[in-house]
Design a protein around this ligand. Structure first.
Ligand code: ATP
Ligand code: MG
Length: 258
């Protein structure tokens, strides 16, 4: 079994309490083919906070985070990078060339970072047509270069995550809302790439649309955490029974994002 555990979780920002004695205990058989898990919930209910805690970026007030028995707040950045790849909601500032942004930290992986492979991935996420007529992989982005829209930046970040995941083969991938402000076509392409990654690594995705979670084997709904302290991944059938929020989403009555 591969396990992801959080024990005794408490976290608040100043006066805002997000977690209060919550816990998570997910066990996944090593041979389970599809390892896609979704996280949904109304805005402000702790999805991003949970992902940051799991990713080792936000040490909670109390709580032990064990990724396959490894306490991720007790290991160095390098070990953590081998175990976890993260794409957060707020994109990091972009600058330099397109290529530099994509291969940051994995440049030594010549096969993965070949021009051909990078272009293939940019095509998949629907960005190559934007850069090809400019300077291709050498196009400068950010200040003094091409300014990207929110959705374009997200797609570029996702392409970076995809490359890092291919390089590090982490056991856990954490993705925060990759498809907000994306059009239907890029959304589908990215959903397929996420499905591909989740065949190799356990993948947690904070999703904006239920379509992203078509293949999910379990869904954690943060609207439930004030009622049930367990951070539990339910099957879709069980979630229908326990969650009003999920029922509303299915009926088109609630939005994953306003
Ligand atoms: N850095 C911070 N400082 C202070 N309060 C914060 C901070 N980050 C989050 N919060 C608060 O903690 C709560 C949980 O925020 P979080 O970002 O985890 O929610 P979320 O479920 O990801 O929401 P969204 O769907 O809008 O992304 C919110 O009430 C938010 O205002
Ligand atoms: Mg969030």
């Amino acid at each position: 079994m591969y396990s992801i555990q959080i024990q005794n979780l408490n976290h608040s920002y100043d006066s805002i309490e997000v977690f209060n004695n919550n816990f998570l205990n997910l066990e996944i058989p090593k041979n389970q083919a599809n390892k896609l898990y979704g996280i949904i919930g109304p805005s402000g209910t702790g999805k991003t906070t949970l992902l940051s805690i799991l990713g080792g970026q936000l040490n909670p007030k109390t709580g032990t985070v064990l990724i396959d028995k490894v306490n991720i707040y007790k290991v160095g950045d390098k070990t953590r990078r081998d175990i976890i790849s993260v794409q957060m909601q707020t994109a990091t500032a972009l600058r330099g060339t397109l290529r530099e942004n994509l291969v940051f930290g994995i440049i030594s992986d010549e096969k993965l970072c070949s021009d051909k492979n990078l272009i293939d991935i940019l095509k998949k996420v629907g960005l190559w047509s934007l850069f090809e007529p400019k300077d291709g992989l050498n196009t400068l982005i950010g200040e003094g270069g091409v300014n990207l829209s929110g959705g374009q930046r997200q797609r570029l970040n996702f392409a970076g995550l995809y490359l890092r995941a291919k390089h590090y083969k982490p056991s856990l991938i954490l993705i925060d809302e990759p498809t907000s402000s994306l059009d239907e076509i890029s959304e589908l392409a990215i959903t397929q790439m996420i499905d591909e990654l989740s065949q190799k690594s356990v993948t947690f995705v904070v999703a904006h649309r239920l379509k992203t979670l078509d293949q999910a084997v379990g869904i954690l709904d943060t609207s439930l955490i004030s009622t049930y302290p367990e951070l539990k991944f339910y099957t879709k059938d069980d979630l229908m029974t326990v969650s009003q929020y999920y029922r509303d989403l299915q009926a088109g009555k609630a939005q994953l994002e306003e």
